[in-house]
Design a protein around this ligand. Structure first.
Ligand SMILES: [Zn+2]
Ligand SMILES: [Zn+2]
Length: 445
């Protein structure tokens, strides 16, 4: 378990804080003044240091500066009885990662530690226990279905203009897939539904392209201390998940920083490709899309759902690259076939497939290598995986309602020609799919 060093001259207050950490199985070191604190810090290199501001021998600012110079990875939380803006600013400038005002509770500490050390080992991924809501089965609701950028307006009014966000209610969990602009309406709906009660949910991020995270600063539950939000995703190609999510809320872009949000938000980088959220089993697979982008398959008691909002099938892409680089077409074909086969197995027998179908086949010819799917390739993938229902997702911002209608019709024709019985719909904002006992209904709102 991790180690914390408490530097505080008030014995009673130090003992109380020590108790909080011990209860959570932390190893606790204690120092009664700044000098001893610095000495213990350098000797034991704890993960976290809690430091008071007003102490004999070396004050909290001096302790921060001394430790910051020599121990970069250690996180420092300054604790103070005073809430002066100037103290806070000086502490952060001296090297503190957080500034908390007394009285200190475990809730306050743990959400602060979650912010500064999202990768810290914690109790195993559990569920969002105690959520009180009633769904007769597994319910999937679309809050944002668009790719790339929100496109509200008269031509997108039926399918919707908001970017990627899907809500799943299953086995007592609220699981949200992606935080595109659609998450704003979801947040308002959750606050209405839960009122004074705590909203506990897990947000699974596929990747941090803007259309998949841009709604987070407008998600009401992050502004209320009663709520518990766990954000899960993989480290990006150039920066960690927490860094990227905080980046879009930095001063030039947004007035409230991620660390100042009052909700309890725990950002955790996923390392494993299989994990569970309560009783819901989750498997991940990296998609073919620029940077690090995952797709998820969730197995619930009501059925399974796979979500690949951004994914480009390899077939044509690999052939084009081989042609350009004068490498072997045979090898390219084999690589593409292998990858396709692995994805088919991953999606095999899924009840609901939500897949990137951004382009028509004609458009795709001009967008090979952009990281998105084309209609016929997506339909054939879903057919091969023997999915029960395919939902076309990540609609191109240039596609109006009529265009999406035409794509659904084309996709259904392909299914009929194949002789299979798979259902096809285009994802539509507000639409719900209920999965239960091998029966499902698309319910229009
Ligand atoms: Zn996207
Ligand atoms: Zn993307």
């Amino acid at each position: 378990m991790p180690t914390v060093l408490l530097i505080e001259d008030d014995d009673e207050s130090r003992r109380a804080t020590s108790e909080l950490f011990s209860r959570e199985n932390w190893t606790v070191l204690e120092a009664g003044d700044g000098e001893v604190g610095i000495e213990l810090a350098l000797k034991h290199r704890p993960e976290v240091i809690l430091c008071d501001l007003l102490m004999p021998k070396a004050n909290g600012f001096q302790v921060c500066r001394a430790i910051r110079q020599q121990l970069q990875p250690t996180k420092i939380i300054v604790i103070s009885g005073r809430d002066y803006g100037v103290d806070r600013a000086s502490a952060l400038e001296a090297g503190a990662d957080e500034y908390l005002v007394k009285p200190i509770t475990w809730d306050l500490l743990s959400s602060s530690i979650n912010r500064i050390l999202p990768q810290l080992p914690r109790k195993p991924l559990g569920g969002s226990n105690g959520v009180e809501f009633h769904t007769p089965s597994t319910r999937v609701k679309m809050w944002g279905v668009r790719g790339s950028i929100p496109v509200p307006g008269p031509s997108t009014v039926r399918y919707g203009g908001n970017t990627s966000c899907v809500e799943i209610r299953a086995d007592g969990e609220i699981i949200v897939l992606d935080a595109g602009s659609g998450i704003r309406s979801l947040g308002m709906a959750l606050e209405r539904e839960f009122g004074e009660r705590s909203v506990k949910l897990t947000l699974l991020i596929t990747h941090t392209h803007w259309d998949h995270i841009q709604g987070l600063p407008f998600f009401l539950p992050v502004y209320n201390q009663k709520n518990e939000i766990r954000v899960l995703g993989y480290e990006g190609a150039r920066a960690g998940l927490a860094t990227i999510l905080a980046g879009q809320m930095e001063t030039p872009f947004f007035p409230v920083s991620l660390r100042d949000l009052p909700g309890n938000i725990a950002i955790e980088e996923l390392k494993e490709m299989e994990f569970s959220i309560g009783k819901v089993q989750v498997r991940s697979r990296f998609a073919n899309h620029p940077g690090i982008c995952a797709g998820y398959r969730l197995t619930t008691s009501g059925g399974s759902i796979a979500f690949f909002p951004d994914n480009e099938p390899y077939e044509l892409l690999k052939l084009q690259v081989a042609d350009r680089d004068h490498t072997s077409m045979g090898e390219a074909r084999e690589f593409a076939e292998n990858e396709r086969q692995k994805l088919v197995e991953f999606l095999s027998g899924c009840d609901l497939l939500i897949l990137d179908a951004q382009y028509t086949d004609e458009e795709y010819q001009r967008h090979i290598g952009w990281g998105h799917g084309s209609l016929s390739r997506v339909v054939s993938l879903a057919l091969e995986a023997k999915a029960r229902k395919l939902m076309l997702f990540h609609h191109d911002p240039n596609h109006d309602d009529k265009m999406i209608d035409d794509m659904v019709e084309r996709a259904r024709l392909l299914v009929v020609e194949s002789g299979a019985a798979m259902e096809v719909e285009a994802a539509r904002e507000g639409a719900e799919v209920w999965l239960a006992a091998r029966q499902e209904h698309l319910i229009a709102r």
